[in-house]
Design a protein around this ligand. Structure first.
Ligand code: G6P
Length: 364
């Protein structure tokens, strides 16, 4: 058993540590992705569909395709697809993201979309149902994932989505950014002791809030999902700007708030002007100050040179300043996976086999 886990206590920890290699392996799929893009052509609209962690990858896809490529893009929860997706046509590419390729809600949506649009499935398990039924397939090269809570497959899904965007939008700089990440991941994985200390501090809390804007909003959602899945602590994720519309009422003295604020993306936007994009960071920082002044303990994830952010937090996980917002989802999720893992273990739970959850849900 220990041998299968490669010397790690759990599969989840092993799989978290495999992520730099998984990213390197997935990056080799660039030629296969180029081929798929050549086959598809003429896309006016994209619709991502998925469940669970795969849905969070889909949401990153929406931010990426809309902000950088200016292609109208939706991200839809597969079980909701039948109620909303009526506007598909031949110029829409519907992209299904699924680790297993067998999730019932996702397959149902795929079957419906096949009738009206071009379909592409991004799948980890070779030969699974989704790979047989979609028009086009891209494989995430994560290898078998045993832990029920998805970790390394999320990284490989994100890598495929970024490579797809780079190829469709002819933006080789995105690929250059991806190539820098495995090394940065290794540096984050070395922060094990810091993350264990943070886990120890907050393991007995009953509620967590995760906040982020733009590309960091999906990271907040995925961080909160990991915590719920394996520690059974109640966690909610909010787009930082929504705090004032409700969740700020929950903040009490000592409430842990995980705030994700990488260095901001700079983009010219015809719709919003330059300023809006630069503001993602400034605005999250002002949210951090608001929750702090109401007694929250802020756990910050940001750049190592961000003194302003650091001084408003109780704990701070720092990243290379060159990793900006638009690429950050692939890196910033890693300490949140580790945080959930260590809290789970410290509470005496089994992170590989969370109660009530299955690796693959084949019923609707
Ligand atoms: C289950 C798993 C999750 C996974 C989700 C979607 O809920 O426990 O880890 O994200 O299904 O699975 P899929 O195989 O479609 O990505």
């Amino acid at each position: 058993d220990m041998a299968e886990k490669g010397g790690y206590d759990h599969f989840m920890l092993k799989e978290i540590h495999e992520q730099p290699q998984v990213l390197r392996d997935t990056l080799r799929e660039i030629k296969a992705i180029q081929q798929v893009v050549d086959e598809i052509r003429e896309i006016k609209r994209i619709c991502f569909v998925a469940c669970g962690t795969s849905y969070h990858a889909a949401l990153v896809g929406k931010y990426l395709f809309e902000s950088i490529l200016h292609i109208p893009t939706d991200a839809i929860i597969a079980s909701e697809f039948q109620y909303t997706a009526n506007a598909l046509d031949e110029e829409t590419l519907t992209i299904f993201i699924t680790q297993s390729g067998e999730t019932a809600d996702t397959l149902n949506a795929l079957r419906a979309a096949n009738k009206k649009s071009k379909t592409l499935a991004i799948v980890n398990v070779l030969g699974s149902t989704a790979t047989r039924e979609a028009d086009h397939v891209i494989y995430t090269r994560a290898g078998p994932e045993i832990g029920v809570a998805a970790t390394k497959t999320y990284i490989s899904q994100l890598a495929c989505i970024y490579m797809l965007a780079a190829t469709i939008g002819q933006k080789p700089d995105i690929i250059e950014d991806l190539r820098k990440l495995p090394e940065e991941m290794e540096k984050i994985l070395e922060k094990d002791e810091l993350i264990k200390d943070i886990a120890k501090t907050y393991k007995d809390e009953s509620d967590f809030l995760f906040i982020g804007r733009g590309f960091s909003y999906p990271t907040a959602l995925e961080g909160a999902l990991k915590l719920k899945e394996i520690t059974y602590i109640h966690a909610e994720a909010y787009a930082s700007g929504e705090l004032k519309h409700g969740p700020i009422a929950l903040i009490e003295k000592g409430t842990p708030v995980v705030a994700i604020a990488p260095p901001p993306l700079f983009l010219k936007s015809e719709v919003h002007g330059d300023k809006e994009f630069r503001n993602s960071h400034t605005l999250t920082l002002s949210n951090v100050k608001e929750v702090k002044s109401r007694g929250a303990e802020v756990i910050g994830l940001g750049s190592e040179d961000d003194e302003e952010f650091k001084k408003n937090t109780s704990d701070y996980i720092s990243f290379n300043p060159s990793i900006r917002e638009e690429i950050s989802p692939i890196l910033y999720i890693i300490p949140l996976q580790l945080l959930a893992y260590y809290i789970s273990v410290m509470k005496g739970e089994d992170p590989d086999h969370p109660r009530n959850l299955a690796k693959c849900v084949t019923v609707v």
